[in-house]
Design a protein around this ligand. Structure first.
Ligand SMILES: Cc1cc2nc3c(=O)[nH]c(=O)nc-3n(C[C@H](O)[C@H](O)[C@H](O)COP(=O)(O)OP(=O)(O)OC[C@H]3O[C@@H](n4cnc5c(N)ncnc54)[C@H](O)[C@@H]3O)c2cc1C
Length: 332
């Protein structure tokens, strides 16, 4: 079976992980992507790329947390630039109730008092009295990770073609990872817009993602190295990926400023919005059609980076021995 040829459509984080996993398992893999430059049209390019199964459990079903824990292990084992510094969640004193609620809905955290916050993130010393520390989480630089996966796919003999569209007549198995591009074929799929800003400053240093809770505008700031930080992200039930609105920019940048006033002097390098593909329950799915000839892997929602390695593993198991016991399989 392992010499069967596989065409994967879409070089976002789902398609890249599929191709990487299958090519390493000995399949003959062709990855096609309609944009002519890598990641130009992928919503994945905008991700903060937190691998945060515990924090995401605040708003996601338990399956996302459980599979996310497994996926975190795969990222750490396979991707050498995974940064394992955990996540710090903080709130202003007036939002203490939000912190209590977050703690109740999540696991594997420890209470952080002002002293621990200052030890973990000296830049935030004396700024927050209370927080939560999720020691076991990770993060990465989204575009760097995507570039690494692409190099690995090519290095293992995968055939990658940019500027090439989905073709129903492709030989062998077709794995559809088109994200929101598959909307016309997957009736339940919807787009959820997410916006984020990339800023740069040498005046603030953070070692790990920091989430600032707020009743209306929670944000996260993810350090990307070299003084760059991703500030994100909005969750808007809309499908356009046009430029960021002034209101979103004010909200995101205002909250970053509230986290630390020195962000006020940061340079704004890039603002952008992506459309996250989502099913009604916001859990991704593997949909098998035509007796296994066409496999749709979609519905990443806010968890594309978090969950991509487990979806790729489940598809590999299905191709190897027809196993469909994972919870992510669904009738097409
Ligand atoms: C602002 C923001 C922040 C985020 N932060 C995080 C985070 O911290 N952690 C996390 O886990 N997730 C995060 N996400 C979510 C994650 O980025 C998405 O869930 C994920 O990127 C979706 O990946 P995908 O591969 O399904 O789709 P995409 O990345 O959109 O890739 C689909 C690809 O298919 C291509 N395509 C479409 N149609 C065709 C066709 N006909 N032929 C060929 N190619 C085609 C497209 O050009 C595109 O490149 C974030 C998302 C956003 C927008």
């Amino acid at each position: 079976m392992s010499h069967r040829s596989i065409t994967i459509v879409g070089a976002g984080i789902f398609g890249l992980w599929q191709a990487y996993t299958l090519v390493r398992a000995g399949y003959r893999v062709r990855l096609v992507e309609e944009s002519s430059e890598p990641f130009e049209r992928a919503s994945s390019r905008w991700a903060g790329a937190m691998i945060a199964p515990e924090c995401e459990a605040e708003a996601a079903p338990a399956i996302v947390r459980d599979l996310g824990r497994e996926a975190l292990g795969i990222w750490r084992a396979q991707y050498p630039h995974t940064i394992n510094k955990g996540t710090l969640v903080v709130a202003q004193a007036r939002d203490a109730a939000d912190l209590g609620r977050f703690a109740k809905l999540t696991e594997r955290h420890q209470a952080a008092d002002a002293r621990l916050i200052g030890q973990l993130e000296p830049a935030l010393a004396h700024r927050f009295e209370r927080g939560l520390y999720f020691e076991g989480e990770s993060h990465l630089d989204a575009r760097k990770a995507m570039g690494w996966l692409l190099d690995e796919i090519r290095g293992n003999g995968g055939d990658v073609r940019f500027g090439t569209s989905w073709d129903e007549r492709a030989d062998g198995v077709l794995i559809d990872c088109r994200g929101i591009g598959a909307r016309n074929d997957l009736a339940a799929l919807r787009g959820v817009r997410g916006e984020r800003v990339l800023i740069e400053t040498r005046d603030v240093r953070l070692a790990r993602p920091v989430r600032l809770l707020h009743p209306r505008q929670p944000i996260y700031v993810v350090p990307q190295g070299d003084g760059r930080f991703v500030v994100g992200a909005s969750v808007i039930e809309r499908e356009d990926n046009g430029p960021m609105t002034l209101k979103s920019a004010l909200d995101l940048l205002g909250s970053a400023y509230a986290l630390h006033p020195a962000f006020g002097e940061a340079s704004v390098l890039e603002m952008g919005a992506g459309v996250r593909p989502a099913f009604p329950d916001n859990v991704p799915r593997i949909l098998v059609e035509e007796g296994g000839r066409v496999i749709h892997v979609n519905g990443a929602y806010r968890h594309g980076f978090l969950l991509a390695p487990v979806l790729a593993r489940e598809v590999l198991r299905f191709l190897s021995d027809g196993r469909r016991e994972g919870l992510l399989f669904s009738a097409a």
